[in-house]
Write a protein that binds this ligand. Structure first.
Ligand SMILES: [Zn+2]
Length: 450
């Protein structure tokens, strides 16, 4: 597992990505040691939760906030809890704001269609359900060097010692850390053959079986290869083609084989459900499960296909910079209509994640652009209209008559949105639409269109 946590430093500058070294099990050399860690977690977690709630409700997240709750923890541990809580609250707030914006866009779309009289039968007005404040269920401690120190071991039996401050003043917990061969391989820099410099912050997780696990990390610097004037290739994400590029190439598809498998799987689950009903009527105690292992396999398979498609797309566009769109819930819903419920949104969301990850790994500039009207705008005359899409695959402009594959038209628009400052400044979908209409008017004038 690798963590993506790259800091955008602007075009063409080196970017840093943080890679995690996971699955390091803390050996219980003596039970008392890990029990002291359990005790610590028991007071740490509720404290962290208190700040999470505070930062998600009454205050905005502030990792330097003055302490305000009572705890038996030391001042240093207290600060660590505040910092972790601020991080959790910040991403929760970002995700919530994004979802809320998506909802507003959905709502606007709904009312637009209502006014136009193009609402689909049975369509319902979107509603907003307020999010719950996150609850910390799993024991996870993100500690820094003020409370946990990782020291290389002089003894060959272990690789490191973990020095952990405890609830007791000046009483340190010393836990030996042994790395597996694959951990050592991961932290060896292939260029120098030496061990990489590990970050001072570490993560401690307690699993349900009571075992403690350690996650270490290191930073890797990657240089973005593409020059600022490198050609921009737009990427459209979809079902018929996982990825379509603005130079007219398609990568991966949900159709054909995958669709066949999905159909078979659905049939199987239906048969099972019928069997359950039948057995239930007869009063059988033990019923066959409705979860489907072939369904799980299918999800994994789709993800592999996506990875393969994105990988190939990057390989074939070396030297270019890429543009892809921010997928809103509404766009995903629209695009995923063809997919079975359990297969859709999560899989589609895997595509942009994979693009982001490939870009970071390869040091390729990839810019996320606004998705509003990217599939409805005509890439020739800019006219935005739902009617430009007579069906899922076809784009046919109702004004200028330009006709092409729908995904290709979208990919062209996406490529052009890189560096489009006027479009970036648009606050919502409505603003994007009026900008596009303005551009369409300018196009008409320029081409003497009646
Ligand atoms: Zn047009």
């Amino acid at each position: 597992m690798k963590q993506r946590n790259h800091h955008h430093t602007g075009q063409n500058e080196p970017q840093t990505i943080t890679k995690a070294v996971t699955h390091i099990r803390l050996e219980a050399t003596n039970a008392g040691k890990l029990a002291a860690l359990d005790d610590l977690a028991q007071v740490y977690l509720p404290l962290c939760q208190q700040y999470v709630t505070l930062f998600c409700t009454d205050e905005s997240p502030d990792k330097f906030r003055a302490t305000c709750f009572v705890t038996p923890l030391s001042e240093r541990w207290h600060r660590v809890a505040i910092q972790q809580a601020a991080g959790i609250a910040k991403s929760w707030r970002t995700n919530r704001a994004q979802a809320y914006q998506d909802y507003l866009d959905d709502l606007l779309d709904y009312h637009e269609q209502e006014a136009e009289g193009t609402l689909k039968e049975g369509a319902q007005e979107p509603t907003w359900k307020e999010w719950d404040v996150p609850t910390l269920r799993q024991t996870c401690i993100q500690a820094n060097a003020n409370v946990v120190i990782l020291e290389p071991s002089q003894d060959s039996t272990f690789d490191y010692w973990l020095q952990i401050s405890t609830l007791h003043f000046r009483k340190l917990l010393l836990i030996p850390v042994k790395l597996a061969a694959y951990h050592k391989e991961q932290i060896t820099d292939p260029k120098t053959g030496k061990a990489r410099k590990l970050n001072t912050s570490v993560q401690l997780n307690k699993r349900e079986d009571g075992a403690w696990w350690l996650t270490l990390s290191y930073d890797e610097t990657l240089t973005v290869h593409a020059a600022p004037d490198a050609p921009v290739i737009g990427i459209d994400v979809g079902i018929a083609n996982f990825v379509t590029t603005s130079d007219g190439k398609h990568y991966g598809t949900f159709h054909s084989k995958l669709r066949e498998r999905q159909k078979r799987d659905r049939e199987k689950r239906r048969r099972k459900a019928r069997l359950r009903k039948c057995l239930e009527k007869k009063g059988a105690k033990k019923l066959p499960s409705t979860s489907s292992t072939s369904g799980q396999r299918l999800i994994r398979h789709v993800k592999q296909e996506i990875n393969r498609a994105v990988n190939q797309c990057f390989t074939e566009h070396e030297g270019a910079q890429l543009a892809y769109e921010h997928l809103s819930v509404a766009t995903m819903k629209f695009k995923a209509r063809a997919m079975n419920a359990y297969l859709r949104a999560s899989n589609l969301a895997h595509i942009p994640r994979q693009i982001e990850w490939n870009a970071a790994k390869r040091g390729v500039q990839a810019t996320k652009v606004k998705s509003a009207y990217s599939s409805q705008e005509c890439s020739v005359c800019h006219y935005p209209d739902r009617a430009n899409r007579p069906d899922q695959q076809t784009f046919c402009c109702v004004v200028c008559g330009f006709q092409t594959h729908a995904d290709l038209n979208a990919a062209t628009n996406i490529a052009r949105r890189v560096g489009d400052l006027d479009l970036q400044a648009c606050k919502d979908r409505q603003a994007v639409k009026s900008l596009l209409l303005q551009r369409h008017a300018a196009w008409r004038k320029q081409h003497g269109w009646p």
